[in-house]
Design a binder for this molecule. Structure first.
Ligand code: CMX
Length: 434
């Protein structure tokens, strides 16, 4: 067993009795009530999921295994020559809750390296798709096309014990995650660079190799590391994480589950918002002839969008009630590396005007920017201008968190998910409507 798998086995042995105790001794303890508004309104705020991998406080933002984003960036071992941590080391943290040593990071990076060869049939399948397929559809199809590789399915069919199911799930997680950067880069080069594919470099870490295969110079390797880390996890209730968990709860394997979560991420209210932000800004740029709008000019563009019944992409959140710390982390990167970028200037003017406008508009509960408001700027700056591709980057990152959660779902034996529905007459009766 690898060091990571051994460490995980120890953690699982320690965690299982806690979950079993909660279930057996405190199973009837009430956590909260559910209102009709929550039932009709997308279950907002209903406390009905559990994960220890990340927690989202509405005012503080995300903590991964108890660490804020600045703490994660500071504590995790860095890639030599770069400012950002190894993605592989971050995955170690998500999975085990422990900050890895340099040696542990090297071992897990080696684990990823051994597993990263993408089967040729994936590339053949991608080449066979229509040229105008969206990169997210290509990414999802590529992932599900590898389903036959699932170790979980092989062991399930051989009659695996429920308590051991996490082990092949862990193998599937690493096997799939290790391949995602090459699959993503292949989609990019196939779709936008005339199929001029760059072979992976076996000596590079995940972020470095991704930047290499994309054909983008430093510091894009650090951008990739930061991007994958920031987008990895946002507790369990968001559409992508919840979809992955839900599909996996039927004992569908990692490939089915991650492909499904990618499909949820592809919605414009969720991960696709990063492409929508750039599309919106490009529209304003066209109208402004490239000139950065004044606050007054930007105010008009924002109101025009709201008055035409559309949302301002990159703003608002179902849980957060302040500026997203993932936005802040990327803003700090921009201030350091691209302070004079014209699109960064647009994003800054937006930040100055949108929160007040959304408050005046009076609909959004959270007028502050989310992760997607800032992420496209960095990509654009480093030459990745094909914004249809941005959500694939989000997907590579989100897969880290969702896969780690699915391994733990299996380890703790979470059952198939099956909430109960009520009809409208039943709700009316509960409400006392005659
Ligand atoms: N612009 C305009 N209106 C907005 C808004 C925005 N950015 N954010 C929320 N609203 C509106 C909602 O559409 C809703 O309108 P109605 O009352 O007319 O139905 C109202 O405000 C209340 O919504 P809410 O409770 O504040 O927000 P929700 O939890 O329902 O939705 C989210 C959250 C993110 C879908 C929403 O804020 C939104 O659509 N934002 C723009 C898209 C976006 O940036 N998505 C990315 C989120 C991060 C991610 O998952 O990647």
């Amino acid at each position: 067993m690898s060091n990571l798998k051994e460490k995980l086995a120890e953690k699982i042995d320690a965690q299982r009795p806690r979950t079993i105790r909660l279930l057996k001794e405190y199973g009837d303890t009430k956590v909260g009530d559910v209102t009709i508004q929550q039932i009709i309104g997308g279950m907002r705020g209903v406390k009905c999921l559990t994960t220890d991998i990340s927690y989202l406080d509405p005012y503080e933002g995300i903590r991964f295994r108890g660490y804020t984003i600045p703490e994660v960036l500071e504590k995790l071992p860095k890639v030599p020559g770069g400012e950002m941590p190894y993605v592989e080391g971050f995955f170690y943290l998500l999975l085990t809750g422990d900050v890895p040593t340099d040696e542990e990071v090297s071992a897990v990076a080696e684990e990823f390296n051994k597993r990263k060869k993408v089967p040729e049939y994936v590339f053949d399948m991608l080449r066979a798709l229509p040229e105008d397929s969206h990169p997210m559809a290509m990414f999802s199809a590529a992932i599900v096309s590898m389903q036959k590789e699932s170790e979980f399915v092989k062991e399930y069919n051989a009659g695996i014990n429920k308590f051991d199911m996490w082990k092949p799930t862990y193998e599937d997680a690493l096997n799939l995650l290790a391949k995602l950067p090459e699959v993503a880069a292949f989609i990019y080069r196939l779709k936008y660079k005339g199929g001029d594919i760059i072979a992976p470099d076996p000596n590079l870490d995940m972020g470095g190799n991704f930047a290499h295969m994309m054909g983008i110079d430093k510091p894009y390797d650090d951008v990739a590391r930061l991007y994958f880390l920031l987008h990895s996890d946002h507790e369990s209730g968001n559409v992508s994480a919840h979809t992955g968990h839900l599909v996996a709860s039927a004992l569908s394997d990692m490939y089915y589950s991650i492909s499904a979560m990618i499909n949820g991420l592809a919605g414009p209210l969720h991960g696709l918002a990063n492409q929508e932000v750039l599309r919106w800004i490009q529209g304003v740029m066209d109208k402004m002839g490239g000139k950065v709008p004044t606050k007054e000019e930007m105010t008009k563009f924002v109101w025009d969008t709201l008055n035409s019944g559309q949302v301002i992409p990159g703003y608002g959140h179902a849980v957060l009630r302040k500026t997203d710390p993932r936005y802040q982390a990327q803003r700090e990167f921009c201030l350091k590396h691209l302070p004079d970028d014209p699109i960064f200037a647009y994003v800054n003017v937006l930040y100055e005007v949108v929160p007040d406008i959304l408050q005046e508009h009076g609909h959004a509960k959270n007028p502050w920017p989310n992760v997607d408001a800032q992420s496209g700027v960095i990509q654009w700056h480093y030459g990745l201008k094909e914004y249809d591709f941005y959500t694939v980057l989000f997907g590579v990152g989100r897969a880290l968190g969702v896969a780690a959660n699915i391994v733990w779902d299996r380890a703790l034996g979470y059952p198939i998910e099956r909430p109960k529905s009520l009809t409208t007459p039943m709700l009316e009766e509960i409400a006392g409507i005659k």
